[in-house]
Design a protein around this ligand. Structure first.
Ligand code: XUL
Ligand code: CO
Length: 436
């Protein structure tokens, strides 16, 4: 039985198409800068917002009334959610999916029971993957919903919660590997604190570092090929999260010297909550060699919380795509729609319209960014701005071949007297608009 009233997958119809359920820009097999659009964008659909969230908010409950939300047969409901996910991926042409362990299967009375539920549904998913050729972009563990995690998972003051966390992650990693997952994600959830009055920060940071070290060790033990991805977020649910932004997460990763094994999953809304732009977080991750994947959604620029809306603003996507292309594009990563339809969007088809529209906006952003790169004007202006650094003398200064005293003597001897040059910001903003 199908959940959606739309029966035929969205197709590329060209920019002038008037058909609503269609792509105007996303032409999956079209080559852009040497790769197909499908290879560039690697879209993923997330289990939790697409099938688990019932449309609740802090003031009201379920608006969606999906049949599986009210079923007494929990495992049957879990299979039904899987069916809907695969149907939605088919209709939208999305090739990847993502999940938390608790999204795909119900929690049992013990961890053993929960693990058995997850494994059983994973087998069900595996069969559907074989038939549909859909792939797992990443798996993760939900270490924040159950009340045992109210004071954190790895950073909980109770060592039993740390142990439980480690055990739950082990199983989620096994399942992710079993399904051929390309990455394994760790979002800190409640890894943070509410008040210093009851918190030992030093201990909690040591525990967070220990957990990451254990996960990296286990990744090698089981031969999991993809990277571990940490997803930064500054606050919400806790007031002070230990994985605030890319810069903070880099300090954790580099303190273990784990840059080869651990990268970041940058989420648009989390970047905004941290007071950054999405493109800043992508560019910083790339500069440090830890860019892995992205969670795609749109924050609200007025509300200070994680609204997780579908991203549709083409100029905004264009500048993010530009940084992704400059970073060399995705390898194991992709663009995961960590986005939910609004709670009034109760028609089943709203979910597939939302994905298709956002995919198309991303495709347009990709085309714009590729055109900006091919045009070369912007790249040329940036290169000119740093052109002074190509001389042998200045290269040597950057490489540490001159001491502070030697540099000072040279400035006097050569009578170096820097002349400021325009940063041309407005001209560059106008240049970007010519491509959007
Ligand atoms: C929460 C969030 C998570 C992670 C995975 O804000 O983004 O869904 O993406 O745990
Ligand atoms: Co996310």
């Amino acid at each position: 039985m199908s959940f959606f009233s739309i029966k035929k997958p969205a197709k590329f119809e060209g920019a002038k198409s008037k058909k609503e359920f269609a792509f105007r820009h996303y032409d999956k097999n079209k080559k852009v800068l040497g790769k197909t659009m499908g290879e560039h964008l690697r879209f993923a659909m997330c289990w939790w917002h697409s099938t688990c969230w019932p449309g609740s908010d802090p003031f009201g409950g379920d608006t969606f009334l999906r049949p599986w939300h009210h079923s007494s047969d929990e495992m049957g409901a879990a299979r039904q959610k899987a069916d809907v996910m695969f149907e939605a991926m088919e209709l939208t042409g999305i090739d990847f999916f993502t999940f938390h362990d608790r999204d795909i299967a119900p929690e049992g009375a013990t961890l053993k029971e929960s693990n058995a539920n997850v494994s059983a549904i994973a087998s069900y998913i595996e069969k559907k993957m074989a038939k549909s050729k859909k792939q797992l972009l990443w798996g993760t563990a939900n270490l924040f919903s159950n009340r045992r995690f109210m004071a954190g998972a790895a950073t909980n003051p109770d060592p039993d919660v740390f142990a439980y966390t480690a055990a739950q992650i082990k199983h989620a990693m096994d399942v992710t590997k079993g399904l051929g997952g390309a990455n394994y994600v760790m979002w800190g959830g409640r890894e943070g604190y509410e008040t210093l009055l009851n918190t030992n920060i030093g201990h909690e940071l040591e525990a967070a570092k220990r957990l990451l070290a254990l996960v990296v060790e286990y990744k090698h033990k089981i031969g999991f090929k993809g990277p571990i991805l940490i997803e930064p977020k500054p606050q919400e649910p806790t007031k002070h999260q230990y994985d605030y932004d890319v810069a903070t997460v880099y300090s954790l990763i580099s303190s273990l010297g784990a840059q080869k094994d651990v990268k970041v999953n940058v989420e648009q809304n989390h970047a905004i909550l941290a007071g950054h732009t999405f493109e800043h977080e992508i560019a910083l991750a790339a500069a440090w060699g830890i860019f892995g994947s992205i969670d795609l959604n749109r924050g609200d620029y007025q509300s200070g919380w994680d609204t997780d809306q579908f991203i549709v603003d083409v100029p905004e996507i264009t500048v993010a795509m530009l940084e992704i292309l400059k970073a060399g594009g995705f390898t194991t990563g992709g663009m995961n729609f960590d986005a939910k339809i609004r709670r009034q969007s109760i028609a089943p088809d709203d979910l597939v319209y939302a994905h298709v529209g956002s995919m198309d906006a991303c495709a347009k952003g990709l085309l714009n960014a590729a055109a900006i790169i091919e045009d070369g004007t912007l790249g040329g202006i940036v290169n000119d701005r740093y052109a002074g650094w190509v001389t042998a003398q200045n290269k040597a200064m950057l490489a540490g071949k001159e001491s502070l005293g030697q540099i000072a003597a040279r400035v006097e001897k050569q009578n170096i007297n820097p002349q400021p040059k325009s940063g041309q910001q407005e001209r560059l903003e106008n240049l970007i608009n010519r491509f959007c």
